[in-house]
Design a protein around this ligand. Structure first.
Ligand SMILES: C[S@@+](CC[C@H](N)C(=O)[O-])C[C@H]1O[C@@H](n2cnc3c(N)ncnc32)[C@H](O)[C@@H]1O
Length: 305
């Protein structure tokens, strides 16, 4: 069992399979057991969406998500992510997309319970992004707002970590036509002013922030609300996450030719995007049918790469 506050080195770790043997394949089995077999520090970033608590039956005795209690679910997740911490490089990171659960009309806070458990085992929480789904299913609830978001938690393995902010910058809006803050550089004190020579010229914090927000040539720093429509992969009977979401995570956190791990690979969306972006992937799923489906999906795409 995971011990709060420290990373547990798994016993009986086998590194019999060389690193190359792990790459660009889907490994079938219980993620915790499979990750225990992997060599240490080979992964740059993990991008994954675990099974949500009591949401869907993935047809395997090994699956996580069908536990009787949230505590047991959280513990199983912590046990897995202790192992994952070992195989992620010290500069590496983890993106986890996770949704919540209502029981008798009460929201359970499952994403945050998992998140806090991961912090306990040594992951550093860097961001709680919101995946806003503009095409979320309507619902008949009348006693609360309709949910149209999930969390995307971003963790680093250690204090210092690889993060390429420039790779995921977004278009400026501050001084756009639609913005209330019209006036462009005039905002900095006088027409034609700049952050360096404006009315707030002594305040570095304001300057750096405004420069980034308004003038950085590659756009403003990525915001924490990501509005991305749900997408479909017809052959999967479960929800796959959008390629655009995975793309953001990989761009920001996986250096060129790095390795991306998805321990709940399902239909292989993470792997597909990783290959399109010329990164290596390691996929794991407990359902052999899903591993086959993901492999076929990658094979089909490979012909197009
Ligand atoms: C939410 S789906 C992932 C979908 C994936 N993100 C995609 O876009 O295709 C979760 C997956 O986790 C797998 N899974 C559940 N428990 C597992 C376990 N203990 N070890 C490995 N895979 C598991 C399920 O079979 C399922 O395919």
């Amino acid at each position: 069992m995971a011990q709060p506050g420290k990373t547990v080195r798994p016993k009986n770790v086998s590194t019999a399979i060389p690193v190359g043997g792990w790459l660009n394949r889907f490994h079938c089995g219980n993620a915790t057991d499979v990750v225990k077999m992997m060599p240490a520090a080979i992964v740059d970033t993990v991008v994954t969406s675990p099974p949500y608590f009591q949401q869907r039956d993935y047809g395997s005795d090994l699956q996580i998500g069908q536990e009787k209690s949230i505590d047991r679910y959280v513990q199983n997740m912590a046990d897995l992510f202790v192992e994952i911490k070992r195989v992620v490089k010290p500069t590496g990171s983890l993106w986890m997309v996770i949704g919540d659960k209502y029981i008798k009309g009460e929201l359970q806070g499952v994403p945050w319970r998992v998140c806090l458990a991961l912090k306990e085992i040594g992951w550093h929480l860097r961001s709680d992004c919101i995946w806003h789904k503009p095409n979320a299913m309507p619902s008949s609830v009348k006693t609360r707002p309709t949910t149209d978001h999930e969390y995307i938690f971003f963790f680093s393995n250690a204090k210092d970590y690889f993060y390429d902010a420039d790779a995921i910058r977004e278009p400026h809006v501050t001084f756009s036509e639609k913005s209330k803050m019209k006036g462009g550089r005039n905002h900095f004190g006088k027409r034609g002013g700049t952050p360096e020579a404006g009315k707030n010229s002594g305040d570095n914090n304001l300057h750096d922030g405004r420069w980034d927000q308004a003038f950085h040539p590659k756009g403003r720093n990525k915001r924490t609300v990501w509005s991305i429509p749900l997408s479909k992969f017809r052959e999967a009977h479960f929800a796959v996450y959008p390629q655009q979401l995975v793309e953001n995570c990989i761009k920001a956190s996986c250096p060129a030719k790095g390795v991306v791990l998805d321990p709940f690979s399902g239909a292989g969306t993470t792997a597909l995007v990783a290959r399109e972006m010329e990164r290596d992937y390691i996929g794991i799923d407990c359902n052999p049918e899903f591993c086959k489906m993901a492999e076929a999906r990658l094979e089909k795409a490979r012909r197009l790469f």
